[in-house]
Design a protein around this ligand. Structure first.
Ligand SMILES: NC(=O)c1ccc[n+]([C@@H]2O[C@H](COP(=O)([O-])OP(=O)(O)OC[C@H]3O[C@@H](n4cnc5c(N)ncnc54)[C@H](OP(=O)(O)O)[C@@H]3O)[C@@H](O)[C@H]2O)c1
Length: 299
């Protein structure tokens, strides 16, 4: 199959490309700046930007399935508007090129007033991508555990840098993290399962944990002892974002929207995908150990 991966320089996209090649697909990528992308052998590289619609047609020509692995938080404030424009442009270009399928990795969380600006924006992108005449597969995930993932980086740096944490109430929020390898297995697996072609699916790892349990486990694996965690009710999302800004090196534009989302549970409530695309799910501790090993090897 001719497959296009957007966001190929990103945390998810850069791991997806080699796995698609191994699965026998013809792979091309869309990147904003080809000098920042080290293409594996056999991959066609197209330069393009979803905010510049005229730059998309060449990359989408002859493509059967396109992965949409883009978000605009890296550009700071106003990400919602950029994500909206980008998704609209991409949907119309994919439609014009006659693409059969688009696969989008979105965020997990129950629709409602509590949804953070980040998750609302992810949902809006789903709606805009659904306007195309192709089949749209949406996979929704919570924190993805892997070296370089922004949410995991926040958790890892908090756990290792603070032996005692005065934490916001969100440490009691329940979340279902998933290993990056399992996300990639789902992303590749849906291509071979026609029943996933036009649907929205929730993906998650084998455990539901609180952020407190996540911070404790990562702290124990990293330092040999669990951090002492004291949740206080008065730390607002804005204050906790400043706090994360002080302790971690995740850029504020990315960290703030993610922290905002930590106030609501992000747990799988519908696991239909398990019977359609069987994936042997990685336990949380194993996923953390693998992420830390990969980070150490990259240093
Ligand atoms: N990481 C997680 O824990 C997590 C969890 C749930 C869902 N997701 C979803 O997974 C998808 C991928 O996330 P990620 O963690 O891989 O993100 P990431 O590492 O931040 O990568 C984002 C990618 O988007 C590209 N991009 C941004 N604006 C663009 C534009 N205007 N035109 C073309 N490309 C553009 C970036 O390219 P440049 O190199 O040019 O900046 C980069 O390759 C997103 O939809 C995200 O919401 C991620």
């Amino acid at each position: 199959m001719n497959v296009l991966v957007t966001g190929a320089t990103g945390f998810v996209g850069e791991r997806l490309v080699p796995t698609l090649l191994d699965a026998g697909h013809d792979v091309s990528v869309l990147v904003r700046d080809r000098s920042t992308y080290d293409a594996p052998d056999g991959v066609d590289v197209f330069e393009g930007d979803t905010l510049q619609p005229e730059s998309l047609a060449a990359a989408l020509d002859g493509v059967d399935a396109a992965y949409y692995l883009i978000h605009a938080m890296g550009g700071g404030r106003g990400f919602e508007e950029r994500d909206r424009r980008g998704a609209r442009n991409f949907a119309s270009a994919a439609d014009g090129a006659g693409v059969d399928r688009v696969i989008y990795l979105s965020g997990l969380g129950v629709d409602g007033d509590d949804l953070s600006a980040h998750l609302r924006s992810r949902r809006e992108v789903e709606t805009l991508l659904r306007r195309g005449d192709y089949d749209l597969t949406v996979l929704r995930a919570a924190i993805i555990v892997g070296a370089g993932g922004a949410s995991f980086r926040i958790v890892r740096q908090l756990s290792s840098r603070l032996p005692v944490m005065i934490t916001p109430r969100w440490v009691k929020t329940r979340v279902q993290p998933i290993a990056i390898a399992d996300v990639i297995a789902y992303l590749v697996g849906v291509l071979d399962e026609p029943e996933t072609a036009d649907g929205t699916f929730q993906i998650g790892g084998p455990e539901v944990l609180t952020y407190r349990e996540i911070l404790s486990t990562v702290g124990r694996i990293l330092t040999g002892r669990e951090p002492y965690i004291v949740p206080v009710p008065v730390l607002t999302p804005r204050l906790s974002a400043y706090w994360v800004d002080l302790v971690t090196d995740v850029p504020a534009g990315v960290a703030y929207p993610l922290i905002d989302g930590m106030a609501t549970d992000v747990v799988v409530t519908d696991d239909r995908i398990r019977s359609l695309v069987p994936v042997d799910l990685t336990p949380f501790e194993t996923a953390v150990e693998r992420a830390l090993e990969e980070e150490a090897a990259d240093r």
